[in-house]
Design a protein around this ligand. Structure first.
Ligand SMILES: C[S@@+](CC[C@H](N)C(=O)[O-])C[C@H]1O[C@@H](n2cnc3c(N)ncnc32)[C@H](O)[C@@H]1O
Length: 263
């Protein structure tokens, strides 16, 4: 077997760390997984234990009973640790960004993996992974806090980045820009004046501030009001699957990638 593409990095993971993203994948991409023939999902870089891959598998099986999930890790010791947890539809194997799977995946999730690489590598591996997708497939690449209460992820098609999603528990931030430490590697160094991502987070903070009175009804109401304010100046999708109150009330906001694209 050729050497896996990439490098072993820290293996930090934890129960329910990726719950917010799993929920989004199930809601937004459940129809894609249901309509695919033999849908294959890859969890790339699952870390020191099988936990988040098993959780993804369990959650996706609820919305797409035929889905098959493969956890891929570049560290052989972590593959050995996960192997005993294999079951029908769930397996673990050694590999890297080349994705050693038998057919193109319908969905690849890579969480807390690319942040440990350089910015140029992150763009390059986005491209490499997206090109490995089945037609119509999705790459979900993101970063979360250790407990998963703050997360940001990008959604990519084989043609490149399409969406960016901000997600947080309402008690996990003071202002929306607190999520900036979870920006993808392709954006984190762009959060400076003059860049779109900086303008967006500044506007989100302003919208959060002007809607402070809604806080009397709870932070969820304040978030909903802030998203409404933001929608007047940013192309926030207003309908499912990506937008609408059912998603926003979870502490989520998805934007088209073009709104923040630094290129
Ligand atoms: C911080 S852990 C993330 C674990 C899990 N995804 C999570 O979010 O909780 C990152 C893992 O990605 C693995 N990794 C890094 N580069 C990789 C690559 N190119 N292919 C596969 N795994 C990789 C590392 O070995 C490490 O175990």
């Amino acid at each position: 077997m050729a050497k896996p593409v990439g490098a072993v990095t820290r293996g930090t993971t934890g129960h329910n760390r990726l719950r917010r993203c799993d929920r989004w994948i199930a809601a937004v991409h459940g129809p894609l997984l249901r309509s695919a023939v033999r849908p294959l999902v890859v969890d790339l870089g699952y870390g020191a234990s099988h936990t988040t891959t098993l959780e993804l598998f369990t959650r996706l099986r609820r919305v797409a009973p035929d889905v098959e999930v493969v956890g891929i890790e570049i560290d052989p010791a972590r593959v050995a640790v996960a192997k005993p947890y294999e079951q029908e539809g769930l397996s673990f194997r050694l590999g890297g960004f080349e994705l050693p799977v038998p057919r193109p995946p319908t969905l690849v999730r890579a969480f807390n993996v690319l942040r440990q690489y350089g910015e140029d590598d992150a763009w390059r591996y986005w491209d490499l992974l997206a090109k490995r997708l089945a037609p119509g497939g999705v790459l979900v690449e993101g970063t979360s806090s250790e407990n998963g209460r703050r997360a940001i992820w990008a959604g990519l098609s084989p043609d490149g980045p399409e969406t960016i999603t901000f997600s947080a528990r309402f008690d996990a931030f003071e202002r929306p820009s607190d999520l900036a430490d979870r920006l993808p590697k392709t954006l984190i160094h762009r959060n400076v004046p003059g860049e779109r991502i900086h303008a967006f987070l500044s506007d989100f903070d302003r919208a959060w501030a002007v809607n402070a009175p809604y806080g009397a009804h709870g932070r969820r109401q304040r978030w909903l009001a802030a998203v409404d304010t933001l929608s007047r100046s940013w192309p926030v999708p207003g309908r499912p699957p990506l937008g609408g109150p059912a998603r926003w009330r979870l502490g989520e906001l998805t934007l088209p990638w073009v709104a923040v694209d630094p290129r």
